[in-house]
Design a protein around this ligand. Structure first.
Ligand code: BGC
Length: 484
């Protein structure tokens, strides 16, 4: 960085101070996080919802049958047909993806359900032309915070990830969607409404029993784990045996909505204020894929407009001025630029933003991407560490992780792993003894929203068969349509 002018060097230093999260801060965040997880399970509740899912235990590997899994994440819609065969831990899957039209995300409730049901219909028509499909159980992955009194029920608490569809918050989404399915006469019974994290936990545990946490690092962020009923005072009134396992969808994107411990910058505050739900998802807004490009954009614009340095002087900022015009893949490309002269970054800025950046400016841009990406990975690790601490999870503890940021963002995994080492102070010897696997190891998950959804539908049907009907609203319908 020898040839960088003083003013830009000063700004790089300023950004480093702003975005670097030292080990001591990670530890402080994690400790606060552990308390907040417990608070979410208490009767009074806290800002982390800690939603009870009514998924009561891990799969055995013996689950069988044919299922439809529907995945409504943030970016795409996916319909899958999944067969769980006799062989333990195996599955077969066929699937189709559909684009989630941008206008739907801020449209009306009915349009959403009609569109999704149309996609399911297209899928069934295409794969079952002969019309010979009997009633199939469906696991619906609806990856937004829902209050679930039953596994086949879920009242949307609030939209996240930039969605803002009127008429859904505060409603049970199951009958809303079922009505659209019914209208089309589709042979499907919505057996389980699940979150992507719970699906990930269950699917990953199906193939690797050391999996204790399912996590998503994608457009949004969140994790699920298996709790015991005795640690959930908010369902104590149900008088279930305290050792009963129950999966909790933490919804920890809402961690620190009160802004007590997270190192918020002025850019994070702008993102929050300008979002459809200010005051919500504080943690998610600092670390998830939807926001990384926006943080980056806001910083560059601020540096250009401020007096502390000269950057992109005399160039048009029209493109950079458009909110949410950059996504996390823009930062990924910058971080992946292999060339010393950052020529790929130069071309990217030129093509997408119409900016002709000089070498020192490119250096700042690259460092900024690294800082934002590293902060996201390090803060992400705090959520995982908090669950591990709360549950005193011991090695080998695998975390099944999915999502675009985890799968595609360069160095995210290594940075997250380093953050866990910083939080837990694992001695090098512990890691060497374990053949280089960390005591808590975050690794690529099985397909949670597909296989996980099918497994949870199967587990629900199994409970109906056994007469264990806790947390199942329409056991009668399941009996009639899926067990006859
Ligand atoms: C949602 C969660 C989801 C996460 C990852 C968040 O915005 O509230 O339900 O698990 O994104 O998709």
């Amino acid at each position: 960085m020898a040839d960088i002018p003083q003013d830009l060097l000063g700004q790089i230093k300023y950004l480093e101070d702003l975005f670097t999260v030292p080990a001591s801060k990670l530890k402080e965040i994690t400790d606060h996080f552990v308390k907040e997880l417990a608070k979410g399970l208490s009767v009074e509740g806290g800002s982390i919802p800690m939603n009870v899912t009514w998924v009561m235990g891990y799969p055995t590997g013996e689950e069988q049958g044919t299922f439809i899994a529907l995945d409504m994440g943030g970016t795409n819609l996916r319909v899958c047909e999944i067969v769980l065969p006799e062989e333990k831990g195996e599955f077969e899957i066929i699937q189709s993806k559909y684009r989630m039209p941008e206008e739907l995300k801020t449209g009306k409730s009915e349009e959403l359900w009609e569109y999704i049901a149309d996609c399911v219909q297209q899928f069934i028509d295409y794969h079952h032309e002969d019309g010979k499909l009997g009633t199939v159980p469906m696991g619906f992955t609806f990856s937004y915070p829902c209050t679930q009194d039953y596994v086949d029920h879920g009242v949307l608490q609030r939209w996240t990830k930039g969605f803002d569809i009127s008429g859904v918050e505060g409603e049970d989404v199951v009958p809303l969607f079922e009505a659209a399915l019914k209208k089309r006469g589709l042979p499907i019974h919505l057996t389980a409404l699940i979150n992507d994290t719970t699906g990930t936990l269950i699917a990953s545990n199906y193939t690797d029993q050391s999996t204790r946490i399912g996590a998503i690092f994608g457009t949004g962020c969140n994790a699920a784990y298996m709790e015991n009923v005795g640690s959930c005072p908010k369902i104590a009134h149900l008088n279930l045996p305290p050792e009963t396992p129950i999966a909790i969808n933490c919804e920890y994107g809402a961690f620190d909505n009160e802004h007590i411990v997270l190192p918020l910058t002025k850019y994070d505050k702008i993102i929050d204020a300008d979002s459809p739900r200010p005051g919500q998802q504080a943690f998610e807004k600092m670390i998830s894929g939807l926001y990384l490009g926006e943080i980056f954009r806001l910083v560059l614009l601020d540096l250009h407009q401020g007096n502390a340095c000269t950057i992109f002087e005399g160039q048009s900022m029209t493109k950079l001025s458009k909110p949410y015009s950059l996504d996390a893949s823009f930062l990924s490309l910058i971080e992946e630029d292999p060339f010393e002269n950052l020529s790929e970054t130069h071309d990217l800025l030129k093509q997408q933003l119409g900016l002709d950046a000089k070498k020192p400016e490119l250096e700042l841009v690259r460092r900024l991407a690294e800082l934002i990406g590293t902060r996201a990975a390090r803060l992400s690790a705090c959520g995982i560490a908090a669950i591990a601490k709360k549950k005193d999870l011991q090695a080998p503890c695998h975390v099944g992780a999915d999502g675009s940021v985890f799968n595609k963002y360069p160095h995210f995994k290594a940075r997250g792993a380093q953050a866990l080492r910083d939080i837990f102070d694992w001695p090098a010897s512990t890691i060497q003894q374990r053949g280089k696997e960390d005591p808590i190891d975050i690794r690529a998950a099985e397909d949670g929203s597909g296989v996980g959804a099918a497994l949870i539908a199967a587990l629900t049907i199994k409970r109906v068969k056994e007469g264990n009907l806790i947390g199942i609203k329409h056991a009668d319908k399941i009996k009639k349509s899926c067990l006859s």
